[in-house]
Design a protein around this ligand. Sequence first.
Ligand code: NAD
Ligand code: WQD
Length: 349
Amino acid sequence: MRILITGGAGYIGSHTAVTLLDRGDEVVIVDNLSNSSAEAIRRITAITGREPLFRQLDLRDEHLLDEEFAANRPDAVIHFAGLKAVGESVAQPLRYYAHNLDATFALLRTMEAHDVRRLVFSSSATVYGGGQVAPYTEDDGPIVSTNPYGQSKAMLERILSDVAEADPRWSIALLRYFNPIGAHPSGLIGEDPNGIPNNLAPYITQVAVGRLDEVTVYGDDYDTADGTGERDYIHVDDLAAGHVAALSWLADNTGVRAWNLGTGVPTSVLELIAAFEAASGTEIPYRVGGRRAGDLASAWADVSRARKELGWEARRTVSDMARHSWNWQRNNPDGFATAARPLTDGDAP
Ligand code: NAD
Ligand code: WQD
């Protein structure tokens, strides 16, 4: 199959591109590189020995997108591209709503124009908002989210459901990711946040590698086993496999359907720090601070629907996630800016 990946130079998109190339699919990546590097495309090629087609474009430039569909009409699309920082979305709501919606509208119109109606959409556990009790089932959401980023995902889920309802030729998978972490075992691709990371795992690895001094644990007085926040961390390669499973569903079904992609297992902040200490053999200094506004005590997935309907489940452990994230960070202390280092100079996975 030929799969077009929007945002395919980004964190989850690059891992998904590797998984698809490894199983023999043709991959077309479109990305404006606003939050990624062309180096990721070279690394995808180094890992797989196969070069994806890559076109640097912004989805909102519909004319260019149309040219790409005309030149390389895909069988299906996986749509990762968008803005994703929760805090930034609170500060810049117009930018977030406009970007995430406009980019998706342009993509949907172009798909229709080229008679391509199979779509996997990157949604998020953030569409559950937090009013419910974990584990979340798909029927718990989407609800009104507490931030514009999450709300843009909930709105897009609704828009995509309306599109599928109006025209039964569409088949659309809404994948609600929990907390993706980890990296490809080669250490050649991984998460490469701009500036100081907002999320826990990249923050920990940057402390472990000496770029940051210590982790601040956002509260240890939650009603959880050790008092710190619990999340459902999922290895990015398991997530990538979930997209492959969703593509199979699209080939056999029409309509729209949502699935949680998580492990179904909660891990606390302190447990994650301990897993990274074991993986890196380094002590990771931390101090306990106050709670972060808007944080939940616990969020994890009920994964039974994906297991039953997609035949997919996460296989990798938190220890695998920590080992692979650390391998990526250690080999690329400055992320993709560390491009001078020889590509195969990583530890065995
Ligand atoms: P990422 O920022 O690493 O990747 C997104 C890619 O899209 C980047 O390469 C960026 O340059 C590109 N892009 C952004 N706007 C674009 C546009 N208008 N046109 C073309 N390219 C554009 O993010 P990620 O972590 O890989 O996330 C991928 C998707 O998954 C996003 O939609 C995100 O909201 C969703 N998601 C991520 C997480 C997470 O924790 N990483 C969790 C749940 C959902
Ligand atoms: C995890 C845990 C923090 C940083 C966010 C988005 C969500 C989704 C994934 C896209 C929490 C604690 C964190 C730190 C800490 N993205 N923490 N010190 O908040 O679950 O989800 O990313 O869809 O929408 O909201 O992930 O990694 O920020 O936090 O103690 O420096 O780590 O309080 O308990 P979160 P996170």
